[in-house]
Design a protein around this ligand. Structure first.
Ligand code: ADP
Ligand code: MG
Length: 358
């Protein structure tokens, strides 16, 4: 079920309305509307080429949309010159100035202000120290970017983005170039930083785990269109369509039929989910959300092709309705004597049902 639309404008800080943008004849964004609340952490999630960077560039003022409107704190954001938007940006490839120290990099956005708006030297120095401690890089102010690790460079880039006291923080796959462990560490750290800095954040990623882990809400984009917007749990519990289901995790799928409140898949029948469409459907389930039953029980008839223990879990490869599926069970829930050739029944515990296409 879709969550009720969030229509209370007073709680919105960022309102993106009907944004379209084409490069030549190629539509990169098609009528995208979404909102972020004040100080919310919003993730834009989608495969490569879905328009995430284009949307971020529109917000930053680096790209002009063909249609649509952006309001921020009830101002016409697109009418503001870039400098007045006060957005902080961090890209995937750290764009630190190599010939500047960490401190000079962080101070850059303040030092380039016209004199009348530039804080005093001592104030800038204080702010740099404060930001260094915020990103946990105290003592590294005199280093050059080449003397830092990739993770440290991205933290400097974040400090630099925060130095201008942005009203909005725009992050475009900021951890994309880092290895998996550093990414995970920085993820937690970034969320804490966001909470402490108290700034509306739009974070672009193609990594669903990163988005679901970090964000208050996630906007899923596909081919330049918004497909679904919701809290991580809402998305996971109720993916709006097969694309979202697939994108959020491993999926098994089988054709079925819904009739009179019953769902039939091959020779298995169960109560249809409440919101299920009538008629021919595609049935989706997660490979680790299944129960195993003896072959004379109820469920989808399956033949085990292989089983491999992975710590406390067992991966069980099965053939169901002619399709190979890689299922996963806790070892205590695996069928007794699981081995190639064993005939079992599989009961999807939380099937999701979508109208069959075509
Ligand atoms: P994402 O960040 O989700 O990978 P982008 O916003 O970068 O996607 O790009 C969306 C689509 O627009 C892609 O198909 C891309 O090739 C195209 N595109 C992006 N920038 C340009 C450009 N400057 N000129 C032409 N096409 C572009
Ligand atoms: Mg991109």
């Amino acid at each position: 079920m879709q969550p009720a639309a969030d229509t209370n404008p007073s709680r919105h800080s960022l309102e993106i309305r009907g944004i379209s943008k084409a490069y030549g004849r190629f539509p990169a964004l098609k009528n995208v509307s979404l909102q972020a609340r004040d100080k919310e952490f919003l993730a834009l999630l989608g495969p490569s080429g879905s328009g995430k960077t284009t949307l971020l560039r529109v917000l930053a003022g680096l790209e002009t949309p063909d249609e649509g409107e952006v309001r921020f704190d009830d101002e016409d954001f697109l009418a503001l010159p870039v400098r007045r938007r006060r957005v902080g940006m961090v890209f995937q490839h750290y764009a630190l100035f190599r010939h500047m120290t960490v401190a000079q990099n962080i101070a850059f956005g303040l030092n380039v202000r016209p004199r009348a708006e530039r804080p005093a030297k001592s104030e800038i120095a204080d702010r740099v120290q404060h930001l260094l401690s915020l990103v946990q890089l105290e003592g590294l102010d005199k280093r050059f970017p080449a003397q830092l690790s990739g993770g440290q460079r991205q933290r400097v880039a974040l400090a630099r983005a925060l130095a201008i006291e942005p009203r909005m923080l725009l992050l475009d796959e900021p951890f994309g170039a880092l290895d998996a462990q550093v990414r995970r560490d920085l993820r937690r750290w970034l969320r804490e930083l966001h909470d402490r800095a108290g700034v509306t954040t739009v974070f672009v990623t193609h990594d669903q785990e990163e988005a679901l882990d970090l964000a208050d809400r996630v906007a899923i984009l596909k081919d330049g269109e918004l497909v679904q917007l919701g809290a991580p749990n809402e998305l996971y519990e109720a993916p709006a369509n097969p694309f979202v289901y697939d994108f959020l995790g491993a999926a098994c799928r089988l054709p079925g039929v819904v009739e009179d409140g019953r769902l039939r898949v091959a020779d298995w029948e169960t109560a249809a989910p409440k919101d299920a469409p009538q008629g021919p459907v595609e049935v989706f389930f997660r490979p680790d959300e299944v129960a195993f039953a003896p072959i004379d029980g109820a469920g989808l008839a399956a033949e085990v092709r292989g089983a491999a223990a992975r710590g406390p879990k067992v991966r069980i490869d099965c053939i169901i309705e002619g399709r190979t599926m890689e299922l996963e069970a806790h070892s205590r829930d695996a069928p007794p004597g699981v081995a190639p050739g064993l005939a079992v029944r599989i009961k999807p515990l939380r099937p999701r049902v979508y109208a069959a296409e075509g």
